[in-house]
Design a protein around this ligand. Structure first.
Ligand code: ADP
Length: 493
């Protein structure tokens, strides 16, 4: 029996605390399919009490997990990866009905997740520290990496399955235990399904805990995270608006935070770019998951000499993307997550058109299905082109440039600094431009979201703090200095 046994089924989900599914019967909230509002599950509406129990379980599990032999931990992660592979079709269906994810996006996430599990499995064997030379005769000094303790994670609804692994798997691989608060919009695919997988894999009780909550009730849970001495780090994926609220709390509580926030993600097409390749990379980069990923491209700056050819080819490719129910494996563009998301993109397209922009394609909606939209000739003050705020949906602005320096300045005139891409046949020129970007990631000749499990993803400026992949060791461990002296000390008094 699993919490989710196929599209359209209705079930009740509970919290997962200390290796156990809590008893059903309390308050619940509906989780619905964004395409048609059909019920996916009734999920437990938790609060402070469950959060405290989950933190206590994670704290109790920490000492044994932190010192578990690397080989034992490795077996657990490898087993979990095999379960992910085995449950692929079920996961694809879950991500479709709960989050509107296409089969292509679900596979993208599942493959990344399994790869990350298999990579993390071996990290316990990597060197855990260094010997430091001491000026004191007879003293040996070592610095070892130690896990922090309990890491509390906020997992998002968009890249739900993969980003949830990223939120708790990385801390766990370095010896921390975790409590996850999934997004209220997709609690099954951003946490509960992971609990099932880790339970089956045999992870010790308490190492991984999940508490779900109704819309509007996040604060009661996050307040417990900040108030608990055992919680040593908050790992948040979401908007910079919420991150500022949580960051203020973290300041008061003196807790470490890892933040994966939004992006503006420009693409620069130089005059020597391969146009066909650029069209493919931009279509994927801008419209994967109907533009609801922090790394989606939002604006393309195209050398004027290739602008018209690029826009014509891009429009043709984008218009061929099938829109509809993501349970249909040929559909690429599923529904947006909420009416608010549809409202935001509709308003921003209208704002640009009112100011004189040209609609190349898209701009229509059918329920929460919003057609992939390309705008050109967008005046500089239109909200969607300023880079001041993310438009979280299938809207791409394309702009011709004559002056590369001005385009680069404009592309970086944004509080965000997550990812960017540069398309050029001249790799040296591409590298020169990449070096001028103030962002966590720059790709030359690849989409803005060229993700791989091993590559450290993360932003600068308002896009966040911290990196994924093995680089997360910096975020989820701290250095312990240990000295051992074999000779009597010399003291000044
Ligand atoms: P998104 O727009 O991607 O959903 P949000 O930043 O709005 O991003 O929400 C991310 C997560 O933060 C969600 O899990 C939500 O429950 C939680 N959240 C939102 N507001 C608050 C808040 N004031 N305090 C604590 N958690 C919050």
């Amino acid at each position: 029996m699993t919490i989710f046994e196929g599209a359209g089924s209705s079930t009740v989900t509970t919290h997962f605390i200390n290796g156990e599914w809590t008893a059903p019967g309390g308050a619940t909230f509906p989780v619905t399919n964004p395409l048609n509002d059909e019920l996916v599950a009734d999920s437990a509406a938790g609060g402070a009490e469950e959060a405290r129990a989950a933190v206590a379980a994670a704290a109790a599990a920490f000492p044994a997990w932190a010192t578990l032999a690397p080989g034992a931990r490795q077996q657990l992660f490898l087993k979990a990866a095999d379960i992910v592979d085995r449950r692929t079709e079920e996961l694809v269906a879950l991500m479709a009905v709960e989050g509107g994810a296409s089969r292509a996006f679900a596979f993208f996430q599942i493959r990344l997740s399994a790869a990350m599990l298999r990579q993390a499995a071996g990290w316990g064997y990597l060197p855990a520290g260094e010997v430091i030379r001491s000026d004191t005769p007879g003293r040996t000094a070592t610095v070892t990496r130690k896990p922090l303790g309990v890491v509390a994670g906020f997992t998002p609804w968009n890249g739900a399955f993969y980003l949830a692994w990223r939120t708790f798997l990385l801390p766990m691989a370095f010896g921390n235990t975790t409590v996850i608060k999934p997004s209220e919009l997709a609690p099954l695919s951003s946490g509960l399904i992971h609990a099932e997988i880790l339970e089956e894999a045999g992870f010790p009780p308490g190492t991984f805990n999940v508490i779900t909550h109704a819309p509007g009730d996040a604060v009661a849970i996050s307040d417990v995270f900040f108030a608990s001495p055992a919680v040593r780090c908050i790992n948040f994926t979401g908007s910079d608006k919420t991150a500022r609220i949580l960051g203020a709390q973290a300041g008061k509580a003196l807790k470490r935070m890892v933040l994966e926030l939004g992006g503006f993600n420009p693409v620069i097409l130089l005059d020597d770019a391969d146009i066909e390749e650029s069209i493919k990379a931009v279509t994927f980069g801008a419209f994967l998951h109907q533009g609801q990923v922090c790394m989606n491209a939002r604006k393309v700056y195209v050398a004027r000499s290739i602008h018209d050819d690029f826009v014509a080819g891009l429009a043709a490719r984008v218009e061929a993307l099938k829109i509809g129910d993501p349970l249909d494996p040929t559909v690429i563009i599923g529904p947006l997550i909420t009416d608010a998301a549809v409202g935001q993109i509709g308003a921003r397209v209208q704002d640009a058109l009112d100011r004189g922009a040209t609609l190349v394609t898209g701009g229509t909606s059918n329920g929460r299905l919003y057609s992939p939209t390309i705008l050109t000739d967008v005046p500089a003050d239109a909200i969607c082109t300023t880079g001041a705020d993310e438009t979280f949906g299938p809207l791409l602005v394309v702009e011709a440039f004559d002056d590369l320096d001005a385009a680069l300045r404009d592309a970086q005139n944004t509080p965000y600094g997550l990812t960017a891409s540069i398309m050029t046949r001249d790799r040296a020129r591409g590298m020169d431009i990449a070096n001028r970007f103030d962002s966590g990631i720059v790709h030359v000749n690849a989409p803005t979201m060229a993700s791989e499990a091993a590559l450290p993803v993360g932003g600068v400026k308002d896009s966040g703090w911290g990196r994924s992949g093995y680089y997360a060791v910096e975020d989820f461990t701290e250095h312990r200095l240990t000295t051992v002296s074999s000779q009597p000390g010399r003291y000044p008094f």
